[in-house]
Write a protein that binds this ligand. Structure first.
Ligand code: GDP
Ligand code: K
Ligand code: MG
Length: 295
């Protein structure tokens, strides 16, 4: 049988559900998810198989108005994710009215030459009237190949979407072995899982003010792995919050992250977390490279 393989760029505003969708299509968690915008900082490729087709799904950071250097790098990574794409999949949160930011994004996507499909996500919490209004507006603005209505969270409509994506992929050999689910290294996965815990366990702006750097990643003879990660923050007060009373918060972040990294890598994990105050981390070129962003 002839193999098919193609690149799908998953674009959308922050929190539209891009990472949740990529995980649903892959059938397992490869991208971190949180209710906070800009959880996804770099580009990550999730790899899904449907029949004879291998789908390379590029999960991107949301597209928004950049304010700081890290923002600019994230938005650049998002648009960069469309390079060479066979299809742009625009994910829209259909449980809310389209706002001016999403409209700006729609205008930008409209100017792209690649074929487009629209994915109206979160139908589980959307009302029917709203859905139809949004669908009509997007149909007029983008002239997409197709519009899907799904819930990435419940999985509703995801199988149909996957079949359609597979049909649209060009003929060509698979790029990855069939059991590979993402292009992330184990080391990157480990750093992302810890970052996800920061998003889940810390309030307000703190996760945005932090970064994870892997200091050491050590495969041991007994099959386990020892991972040393540094959580960088800009101020002592931020460090105090992350560490928590008698270290309780950091311990909780560490134990949740360790369990999940262990599950994902399928091995025993020893995780060592250490918080470092570095007022200039946002200017550290190495950190950007570590998470796959251009400086
Ligand atoms: P991203 O920023 O576009 O990657 O969005 P995420 O995948 O991180 O999801 C943002 C938030 O929306 C998370 O809290 C998800 O659980 C939630 N979410 C994603 N898809 C759905 C959906 O289909 N229905 C509902 N109700 N929530 C969703
Ligand atoms: K998010
Ligand atoms: Mg995301």
């Amino acid at each position: 049988m002839t193999q098919h393989c193609g690149l799908v760029a998953v674009l959308g505003a922050p929190n539209a559900g891009k990472s949740t969708l990529v995980n649903a299509l892959v059938g397992q968690k490869v991208a971190i998810v949180s209710p906070k915008a800009q959880t996804t900082r770099a580009r990550l490729m999730g790899i899904a198989i449907e029949g004879e087709a291998q789908l390379l799904l590029v999960d991107t950071p949301g597209i928004f108005e950049p304010e700081r250097r890290l923002d600019r790098a994230m938005v650049a990574a998002a648009w960069g994710g469309t390079e060479g794409a066979d299809l742009i999949a625009l994910v829209v949160d259909a449980s809310k009215k389209l706002n001016s930011k999403t409209r700006t994004l729609i205008d930008q996507v409209a100017r792209r030459p690649e074929p487009k499909i629209i994915i109206l996500n979160k139908v589980d919490t959307a009302d029917k009237g709203g859905l139809l209004t949004i669908a009509a507006e997007l149909q007029a603005a983008l002239d997409p190949e197709e519009i899907f209505m799904i819930s990435a969270l419940s999985g509703d409509g995801v199988a149909g979407l996957k079949t359609t994506l597979a049909k649209r992929m060009p003929e060509g050999p698979w790029h990855f072995p069939e059991d590979q689910v993402s292009d992330a290294t184990d080391r990157m996965i480990a750093a992302e899982v810890t970052r996800e815990q920061l998003y889940h366990q810390l309030h307000n702006e703190l996760p945005y003010a932090s970064a994870i750097e892997t200091e050491k990643y050590e495969e041991r003879k007994d099959g386990s792995v020892a991972i040393y990660q540094q959580i960088r923050v800009a101020r002592e007060t931020q460090k105090a919050i992350i560490v928590g009373a008698r270290g309780a918060r950091l311990k909780e972040i560490g134990s949740k992250a360790r369990a999940e990294i262990g599950d994902l890598l399928g091995k025993k994990v020893h995780l060592f977390l250490h918080v470092k105050v570095d007022p200039r981390w946002e200017e550290d070129r190495g950190l950007y490279r570590d998470i796959g962003l251009e400086w």
